[in-house]
Design a protein around this ligand. Structure first.
Ligand code: OAA
Ligand code: MG
Length: 225
């Protein structure tokens, strides 16, 4: 039986918690720089508080302005999951508010990443629960379906698969396939260490800036005295 457009897959192949947590101290920019700079969600999707986003994707496809499947996803989610909602970038209805955020928090859900709108933005400022969304709208959602859970979704121009590792900070959000994660933890950690070295060189005045002029010269830039 196939019920395309209105179906729920219950199983997610989640990476280990340890592997997900290994990204905790790596800024999103330092992860993205090791991924060809092409795996970040659209910058229109913004954090609504200071809480860090780190967890495993449970995906939802929500038809325009309808959050029935989003509610079901909260009930299905496990601690550490991030509910990633493909709301088709719709700006006309909120897909969640404070009730759903508090419910999710209580369950240990790690956050919401929503290509669509939220509401109760003022209340969210004081909640220790990460919510990233495209915008806000006071108009509430419908609850009729259809929709799908745990299928590949589009969120901020990125394909997100159930089980993907999601990392967000004030700069934005990056999407990581679990099979790439170990390598990216190693590269991101090295990236962090290199940056610490650069910061030290800036402080003690030993930073080598010769690469700027060398690069301009190699690219044929004319410098006029
Ligand atoms: O009506 C809904 O499902 C969303 C909502 O306002 C809330 O979560 O507070
Ligand atoms: Mg509400």
């Amino acid at each position: 039986m196939s019920n395309v457009g209105f179906r729920i897959y219950t199983k997610i192949n989640r990476p280990s918690r340890e592997l997900v947590e290994a990204f905790a101290d790596i800024p999103v920019a330092n992860i993205a720089d090791n991924m060809g700079r092409i795996t970040c969600v659209d910058s229109y999707i913004k954090p609504y508080n200071e809480a860090k986003l780190l967890g495993t994707a449970l995906t939802v496809r929500a038809p325009l302005g309808d959050n029935l499947m989003f509610h079901k996803a909260i009930d299905m989610a496990e601690p550490g999951d991030i509910i990633v909602v493909d709301g088709e970038s719709n700006m006309n209805h909120a897909l969640c508010g404070e009730i759903m955020m508090r419910l999710a928090m209580k369950k240990g859900i790690a956050g919401f990443l929503i290509d669509g709108c939220i509401r109760d933005v003022d209340a969210l400022k004081d909640l220790d629960f990460a919510v990233y969304a495209r915008g806000s709208n006071p108009k509430g959602p419908y609850k009729n379906g259809p929709g799908e859970i745990n299928v590949p979704v589009s969120c901020g121009g990125q394909a997100v698969l159930p089980g993907d590792i999601i990392v967000g900070d004030s700069d934005g959000v990056v999407v990581i396939r679990p099979e790439d994660a170990e390598d990216l933890v190693a590269k991101g950690t090295k990236h962090n260490q290199n940056e610490v070295k650069v910061f030290e060189e800036i402080e003690n005045g030993t930073i080598d800036r010769s690469w700027v002029d060398e690069s301009l010269k190699a690219k044929g830039c004319e410098i006029i005295e």
